[in-house]
Structure formats: C-alpha cells, structure tokens
Ligand binder design. Structure first.
Ligand code: TYD
Length: 142
C-alpha cells in the first residue's frame, strides 16, 4: 500500500530529471537536498523478487535510498508506526533518519538501489534484532 498523505518518518529527496530522445539524465544536488555529508555510497543489484534486505536499524547513520533502475519497496518502522513507499527509477529518493528499522522488498527484475550514507561502514552501529530495536527505541523515548 502506498502512503497517500505526507510522510512522517521518511523524507522525500528531490531528483531532477532531464529526459531527451536519447536518454534520461538524473541529478541530485547533495548540499541542497541532503542534510549530511555523504561518506559512503553503495548499491544493491541483482535482487531476487522476494529478497528481503535491510532488516536492521542504525543508531547514528542517516541514509538516502533511491532507484537508479527498476523499483522496490521501502518499509520503515520508528518504534511506533510504519511507513511504506515504492521507490522507483526517475522518482524521488527517500531519507531514512537514524533510529529507524528498515526493510527493502518487492524488487522488480532490473532494480538497482543506490544508497548514500552519512558515515563509513561501522558494524557496531547496527541493531539487527527487532525486539532489541523496540527496547532501545522505547527506552530512549521515555
Ligand atoms: P547489510 O548492511 O546487512 O546489507 P542489507 O542492508 O542490504 O541487507 O550488509 C551485507 C554485507 O555487506 C555484510 O556482510 C556487511 C557488508 N557491508 C560492508 O562491508 N560495507 C558496507 O558499507 C555495507 C552496506 C555492507
């Protein structure tokens, strides 16, 4: 189900697109659109239709997810509510703030998920257990 109203957990990131007869060019101006400096870029490709990626939260990491090809669903949980968007090629990017559980699923055949991240890879920044995430989150929110 697509979100109809405004987003509460995710934040939309505008991507400019310049299509012409030969190709489509897409642009993300980082200083204007993303409130962190990008320290790492990675991408997920060749995902099976039923692949479920993510399934973790980050304590401090901010990330922007976008599709450079195809589409996939991004489902996030902030400890209280859930939000789901379809991330599509030539569409918007989505900023996932720190402290948010995320799942990437329902991949189209040609999907490529590009991720811009605020920090370099740090295994200790991950929370891989959903119940642990809820305790961490609710503890923090009290
Ligand atoms: P993971 O973050 O679990 O991927 P996803 O969120 O797509 O399910 O990472 C998968 C593997 O890749 C894991 O062994 C850690 C490694 N990895 C790095 O070494 N550096 C990175 O920047 C990322 C994102 C993952």
């Amino acid at each position: 189900m697509e979100m109809m109203g405004g987003l509460k957990i995710l934040r939309e990131v505008e991507i400019q697109t310049f299509p012409d007869e030969s190709a489509t060019l897409s642009v993300l101006e980082l200083p204007q659109t993303i409130p962190f400096s990008v320290q790492r870029v990675y991408y997920i490709s060749g995902a099976n239709k039923n692949a479920v990626r993510g399934k973790h939260a980050h304590k401090d990491l901010s990330q922007v997810f976008l599709a450079t090809s195809g589409s996939f669903s991004l489902c996030v949980h902030d400890g209280a509510s859930i939000e789901r968007v379809r991330v599509v090629n030539h569409g918007k990017g989505y900023l996932v703030p720190p402290g948010v559980w995320r799942i990437l699923e329902d991949w189209s055949e040609d999907a490529v998920c590009l991720v811009l991240a605020s920090h370099t890879y740090d295994e200790s920044d991950y929370i891989n257990d959903f119940n642990e995430f809820l305790v961490w989150k609710n503890g923090k929110e009290k």
